[in-house]
Design a protein around this ligand. Structure first.
Ligand code: CMP
Length: 139
């Protein structure tokens, strides 16, 4: 069974480059409803916890430094088949491999600074959403 919620972040590179509005427009135009959203900045401890699954990867330090260098937009999105459909909307992790018209093709600059996050499973969508939002912040 597929779930109807996913979690996203507009990452520091896309915020710095002024793309918050354009990215939210793409997300809502694709039929996703925003059920939670905040503008916030991750601490080093937050980023290390959120990306703990990548802690042994060679790029972990770079990833934590990048994700903490400025504000992000965190959101929970609702749509049928949300995880899969959102990953299609954002495109491949590496923007050089992302399909035309995808958010990463349009707004990302590199595999590390790739503009947006999208959960990779229903289970992780629930974990990541709960990491950022209290129950009363989800509508
Ligand atoms: P995301 O899929 O949202 O979550 C894991 C992040 O790690 C990924 O986006 C990239 O930002 C980053 N990442 C993945 N692979 C690399 C890599 N080879 N070099 C640097 N960063 C990476």
């Amino acid at each position: 069974m597929t779930g109807n919620r996913t979690f996203t972040m507009i990452k520091p590179d896309a915020v710095e480059n002024g793309h918050i509005g354009a990215i939210l427009e793409k997300i809502t135009a694709a039929g996703f409803k925003i059920v939670a959203m905040k503008y916030t900045q991750l601490s080093v401890r937050d980023a290390q916890g959120f990306y703990a699954v990548h802690s042994e990867r060679p790029f972990f330090g770079e990833l934590v430094e990048f994700m903490t260098r400025g504000p992000i937009v965190a959101a929970i999105l609702e749509k049928d088949n949300a995880v899969e459909d959102f990953r299609a909307l954002i495109g491949a992790t590496n923007p050089a491999e992302a399909a035309e018209g995808t958010i990463r093709k349009l707004f990302a600059t590199s595999i590390g600074e790739n503009a947006v996050h999208g959960s990779d499973s229903d289970e992780n969508a629930a974990i990541e959403g709960a990491f950022h939002f209290a129950g009363r912040e989800v509508f």
